[in-house]
Design a protein around this ligand. Structure first.
Ligand code: ZN
Length: 111
């Protein structure tokens, strides 16, 4: 039975519930590389209108890897990698809330 509102706990609950929408997150960073394909009569042969190659740059078993992303999946993958950033930000905020509560609890015991 609580009559006192606890904004921190409300925030924490809201953040925890928001994590479900990030379940498809991917690790690593999203990289776009420009490259020429090498075919002499392709538009990229002018060296300006290059092809975009999208990649995930990520550690796999501790080793850096670059995984190619099919162009039609690039936007989706970019969003999933962005989810990881939001997940980390949510986790950091929850940790701050909990740390503040811990410090307060400790102080209250030392009266
Ligand atoms: Zn080309």
């Amino acid at each position: 039975m609580k009559s006192l509102r606890e904004p921190d706990l409300e925030l924490r609950g809201k953040l925890i519930r928001s994590l479900g929408s990030l379940r498809e997150m991917l690790p690593g960073s999203f990289v776009e590389r420009k490259r020429a394909c090498g075919r002499p009569n392709c538009h990229c042969a002018d060296g300006k209108r290059l092809h975009s190659q999208f990649q995930i740059s990520v550690l796999i078993d501790g080793k850096p890897k670059a995984l190619n992303i099919p162009a039609d999946l690039a936007e989706k993958v970019r969003q999933k990698i962005e989810m990881r950033r939001r997940f980390d930000a949510v986790a950091a905020t929850i940790c701050n809330v909990n740390l503040k509560r811990f410090i307060k609890e400790k102080e209250e015991r030392q009266v």
